[in-house]
Design a protein around this ligand. Sequence first.
Ligand SMILES: [Zn+2]
Ligand SMILES: [Zn+2]
Length: 257
Amino acid sequence: MLLDYHMHTRLTDGTKEPVDYARVATERGLNEICFTDHAPLGNRDTEWTLTLANLETYVGWVYEAQRQFPNLTIKLGLEVDFFSDRLDWIHELSGLYPWDYILGSVHFIGDWPVDRHADDWKDQNLDERWQKYFDLWQQAAHSKLFDSLAHPDLPKKFCFRPKVFDYRPALRAVQKGGCAIEVSTAGLRKPCREIYPAEEFLRLARQMEIPITFGSDAHIPEDTGADFDKAVALARRCGYDKLARFTQRRRDLVPLG
Ligand SMILES: [Zn+2]
Ligand SMILES: [Zn+2]
């Protein structure tokens, strides 16, 4: 089976509406999709997140897509930024609607954006930045607030990588926290031109029996399910033969591909 568990609408930094993504998913033969628009951050408004005021519109759009595409399974989810001082907010948000899936992500180290501009990375201590990012990622895993963690090695986006990096502490946190990790084809469309996470990372995850979800991180309908053949090939090379699927936050596993 093929499931795309990561997509955005025009209410945030995406384009179009859930029905438009559902149409492409149907054409491409996907079995299931899950919308994961950017959740409100709680204490600050941004241009790229939902607001509390339009959260209901978002949920209504997803339900409308379910009505229009009865042969495609469409799930209701959110992508939620992890901030260690906002755990109560994330908890509250999780109770507002009957979400199927909460995808956690780290886009910020404090106020410093990890994935906005390549220039932000110039003259940075790469070992230190990567360590800080994965420290937060580890905390997100430990929090048990998330079903899966998005684009695991996002700091590689602009090709600023340390020569070596030990992913094992981060993966042990995921294993202990009991969540899944995302295999994201978005990296293929970014300067790094590589799926998130790297093969080395995914092999370790497989050894630790950490489940995976698939996501295109589509911001336009045309990217729904993009490059999933490459994601399937990578996952299989690393030893995976199943994908995680979520219904009302409960996980089960389905055959991959
Ligand atoms: Zn993200
Ligand atoms: Zn996203």
